[in-house]
Write a protein that binds this ligand. Structure first.
Ligand code: F6P
Length: 255
């Protein structure tokens, strides 16, 4: 705390909290674009945020990506008596297996002595497949749990980086570029005003579901993600942001 005080992180947190209109902001020192270990520091910060917000029978929904994978690596809590269940927020949206929401969800559950459920939905499904898969009893139960989550931990990505990482088909790629998308979260691509310009067709949590969820925690850092973070937060559902100094300073520059 003392180190954070003298390094000015507390002041940055306060400024960012006010400008982005968030319930709380946590900033770790460094820039994860330059130093990969900073992601694990964000992970550690995120775990302490979660610890204070876990009540009995909490359902925690998580997304994929390397940052949330770092949260899972740092998660060492014993929640045996709390009966927590981890679920992936949405179906497969094109991540490598170690960075997939399913993998992260299982890892978090193992590190906390909790339960988990997985969602087996192929990446970027057609609407026919999606409509029939959601009626499968095993999928349906998990979808209901996702919708009743009380806490969400999600990543944020730069729009074009994410579109590329997911081998996005050409038509969607064009929509993303022409719509000037800058940020991505939950399979939704946002422009700088926070408007959705494209959405990956998969099942699970929808943007409107976030409205009912008391704790929506975004974990994202690196100065290259500043625009993306701002765009995703503009849509108004995030309550807490865990970020790094690199992103925070860049974000405040543009305001
Ligand atoms: O694909 C899952 C996801 O959470 C995206 O919604 C987000 O844009 C991305 O991962 C962030 O990934 P990373 O933490 O690796 O930058």
């Amino acid at each position: 705390e003392f180190m954070r005080e003298i390094s000015g992180l507390k002041v940055l947190e306060q400024k960012l909290k006010e400008t982005l209109n968030l319930e709380d902001v946590f900033i770790v020192s460094g820039d994860s674009d330059e130093s990969p270990w900073v992601k694990h520091e964000m992970g550690r910060a995120c775990v302490s945020c979660i610890r204070d917000r876990l009540a009995a029978n909490t359902i925690v929904a998580v997304t994929g990506g390397t940052t949330i994978a770092a949260v899972a690596d740092m998660m060492q809590l014993d929640c045996k008596n709390l009966h927590i269940t981890f679920v992936p927020a949405r179906g497969g949206i094109g991540e490598n297996v170690e960075n997939e929401a399913n993998t992260i969800c299982a890892k978090m559950a193992n590190h906390t002595n909790s339960d988990y459920r997985l969602l087996y939905v192929p990446d970027q499904v057609s609407s026919e497949v999606r409509d029939s898969i959601v009626t499968e009893p095993s999928v349906k139960t998990v979808l209901e749990m996702i919708r009743s989550a009380n806490l969400v931990i999600h990543g944020i990505g730069d729009a074009l980086t994410m579109a590329q990482r997911r081998n996005t088909p050409e038509t969607s790629w064009n929509t993303i570029v022409e719509g000037h998308a800058v940020g991505e979260a939950f399979g939704y691509y946002f422009d700088e005003h926070g408007h959705v310009v494209h959405k990956v067709l998969t099942v699970g949590m929808q943007l409107e579901d976030l409205q009912k969820i008391p704790h929506v925690i975004a974990v994202a850092g690196g100065s290259s993600k500043a625009k993306a973070i701002q765009a995703v937060i503009k849509q108004g559902h995030t309550s807490l942001l865990v970020t790094d100094e690199g992103a925070a300073r860049e974000l405040l520059k543009g305001i």
